[in-house]
Design a protein around this ligand. Structure first.
Ligand code: ZN
Length: 135
């Protein structure tokens, strides 16, 4: 569980299905039935073809590290204790990009292009955060 002071996401009508998926252990993203484009973050229309024919699908949970930084200091004491930690831009195999943490490996061993898969970390009774670990 999260320490007090950590930021807990608040689902909105647009993101609720994403968070329900995380609770169920699925990384859910939107797929356009008109053109096949996958997108994240969720939106009411396809960013590729503007169609409104979107549905939620479970992504593979696999991706690669597109970029990352190592956080050595945080102004928020709830995160400072975990430094150094990573903040990474993950390119999902389906295409969308997601900002998250790489967990389970020393920050110094993270490489651009590294294959990763999602894991979910319970941070409140209602919210599990998607994080990524080396394959
Ligand atoms: Zn589309």
């Amino acid at each position: 569980m999260a320490q007090p002071g950590k930021l807990i996401p608040v689902p909105t009508p647009e993101t609720a299905e994403f968070w329900r998926g995380c609770q169920a252990g699925e990384l859910r993203i939107q797929r356009c039935d008109a053109c096949g484009h996958h997108q994240f973050p969720p939106q009411g229309f396809c960013r590729h073809c503007s169609s409104g024919r979107l549905r939620w699908v479970a992504a593979s949970g696999r991706g690669t590290v597109l970029s990352y930084t190592i956080v050595h200091w945080s102004p928020n004491p709830a995160y400072a204790a975990e430094a150094p930690y990573s903040l990474a831009l993950i390119q999902l195999d389906e295409g969308p990009r997601m900002l998250s943490n790489i967990i389970g490996c020393p920050p110094g061993s993270i490489k651009i292009g590294m294959a990763v898969r999602v894991e979910f970390e319970q941070c409140s009774p209602e919210i599990r955060l998607p994080k990524f670990t080396a394959l």
